[in-house]
Write a protein that binds this ligand. Structure first.
Ligand code: KG4
Ligand code: ZN
Length: 356
C-alpha cells in the first residue's frame, strides 16, 4: 500500500473527509499547510421533514445516492485527481449504523483503489477540532463544550486524542431538547434553528424556566425536564390565550426555553473553566450555531479574562471538513489501521488515545 509519498511531509498531505453519520452528506479536502481546500454538504432535511425526524433507512439510501457524485464534483472543482489525495478519513461513529456503514465502505474502497491510508474518525472529535479550521485557533489545553443533537459534554482537552470527560447530559442532549420543544410548538424538523428564530420575537420577561442541575455541584446536565416544563406552560397558558395571541405565546415560550438552555450551559461552562484553570473555551456541535449561546459564552469568557472559540456556523453542524481535518491530525500522529474495518454506532470519546 502506498502509505505516504516519499517527497511529502505531513504538512502538505491532502486528506479527503467523508461524513455520513446522520442526515447530512459531507465531503471535504483538507491540506496541511494550506488548510481547507473546499467542502460541500448536502442536507437531507427535505427527505425527512414529513416524518418529523430522521428515518434511518432513508438516510442510508440517500448517502448511497449522493456520496459518489459529491466527491467527484468536489475533486473536479478543486482540480484534483484521485491520485493526488493522500488519505481518506470517514466518520466511523457514533451515529446511525446504516448511515455510518455507507461512508465507511465507500471511504475504505476509495482508499484501497487509490492505495492510500483510510482513517476511521470519531464524529465528536471531528466537532471538537472544527474550531481549528478557523484562522484564529485556541492553544491546548482548553475546555470544550460539545453541544449537538446527540451529545452534550464538557471535555478537558490536553491535545489531540487526550480527552477527559468532565460532565455530560444524563438524559436528552441540548439539541434533542431544542428539537422536541420545537416540535411541541408546531415547528418543523430540525427544530433547533426554527425555535431560535422564533425566540427572537419572544418576551424575555414573561416566563422563567428552571436551570436544571445548577443548584448542585458537578458538571453534568439534564435537559429532559425543560421540555416537560415547556409543555406544561404551553397547556396551561393556551387555555387563557385567544387564537390571535397564540403566536406570541409560542414565541415567549421559545424565548424562555432558549434562555434556560443557554444560561444552564453558561453556568456549567463557568464551573468547568474555574475547575480546570483554563483560559480558553471551545464550543462546537450543531447547537453552537445558536447566536444567543455564542453571545453568552463570549461574555462569560470575557468576564473571566479568557476567550471563547467556535467554528463559523456552517462548520458547527455536521460537515466533511471537520472529518478531513481530524483525519489529517490522526495521520500526522501516525494512526494506522488494518484493512478490516467496522463502525461504532455507540462510542465514548474517552476511549480514544493519541495516535492510536
Ligand atoms: O452537530 P449536529 O449537526 O448533528 C449531530 O451530531 O447531532 O447537531 C444538530 C443539532 C440539532 O438538534 C439542531 O436542532 C441543533 O443542532 N441546532 C441548533 C441550532 N442549529 C442547529 N439548536 C439551536 N439553535 C441553533 N441555531
Ligand atoms: Zn454532529
Amino acid at each position: 500500500m502506498r502509505r505516504f509519498p516519499k517527497c511529502k511531509g505531513f504538512n502538505n498531505m491532502r486528506v479527503l473527509g467523508i461524513e455520513t453519520s446522520c442526515d447530512e452528506t459531507g465531503v471535504a479536502v483538507y491540506e496541511g499547510g494550506r488548510g481547507l481546500l473546499g467542502h460541500a454538504v448536502y442536507s437531507q432535511i427535505p427527505l425527512h421533514v414529513d416524518f418529523g425526524g430522521v428515518v434511518p433507512e432513508l438516510a442510508s439510501r440517500d448517502h448511497v445516492r449522493k456520496l459518489a457524485p459529491m466527491i467527484k464534483q468536489l475533486l473536479a472543482d478543486l482540480g484534483l485527481r484521485g491520485g493526488e489525495i493522500d488519505a481518506v478519513a470517514y466518520t466511523a461513529g457514533p451515529g446511525l449504523a446504516g448511515a455510518l456503514l455507507v461512508g465507511a465502505a465507500f471511504a475504505r474502497s476509495l482508499a484501497w483503489a487509490w492505495q492510500v491510508q483510510a482513517l476511521g474518525i470519531h464524529h465528536m472529535e471531528g466537532h471538537l477540532l472544527a474550531p481549528m479550521l478557523e484562522s484564529d485557533v485556541p492553544e491546548f489545553p482548553f475546555v470544550a463544550l460539545l453541544v449537538s443533537g446527540g451529545h452534550t459534554q464538557l471535555v478537558q482537552v490536553a491535545g489531540v486524542g487526550d480527552y477527559e470527560l468532565l460532565g455530560e447530559s444524563l438524559d436528552d442532549a441540548a439539541g434533542e431538547a431544542f428539537d422536541k420543544t420545537a416540535k411541541m410548538l408546531g415547528l418543523g424538523y430540525p427544530g433547533g434553528p426554527a425555535l431560535a428564530q422564533l425566540a427572537q420575537h419572544g418576551d424575555p420577561g414573561r416566563f422563567r424556566f428552571p436551570r436544571p442541575m445548577t443548584d448542585r455541584p458537578g458538571l453534568d446536565f439534564s435537559f429532559s425536564g425543560l421540555k416537560t416544563f415547556a409543555l406544561t406552560t404551553l397547556r396551561q397558558q393556551s387555555e387563557f390565550t385567544s387564537e390571535g395571541e397564540l403566536g406570541q405565546l409560542h414565541a415567549d415560550i421559545a424565548r424562555a426555553f432558549e434562555g434556560a438552555v443557554v444560561e444552564t450551559l453558561a453556568i456549567k461552562c463557568r464551573r468547568a473553566v474555574e475547575q480546570t484553570g483554563s483560559r480558553a473555551l471551545v464550543m462546537a456541535g450543531g447547537v453552537s450555531a445558536n447566536r444567543a449561546l455564542r453571545a453568552r459564552v463570549d461574555r462569560l469568557m470575557a468576564d473571566m479574562g479568557g476567550r471563547a472559540y467556535y467554528p463559523r456556523a456552517e462548520l458547527c453542524t455536521d460537515n466533511g471538513a471537520m472529518i478531513a481535518y481530524a483525519g489529517w491530525q490522526r495521520l500526522r500522529q501516525g494512526q494506522q489501521e488494518p484493512l478490516a474495518f467496522g463502525i461504532r454506532p455507540r462510542w465514548s470519546m474517552q476511549e480514544l488515545a493519541a495516535g492510536q
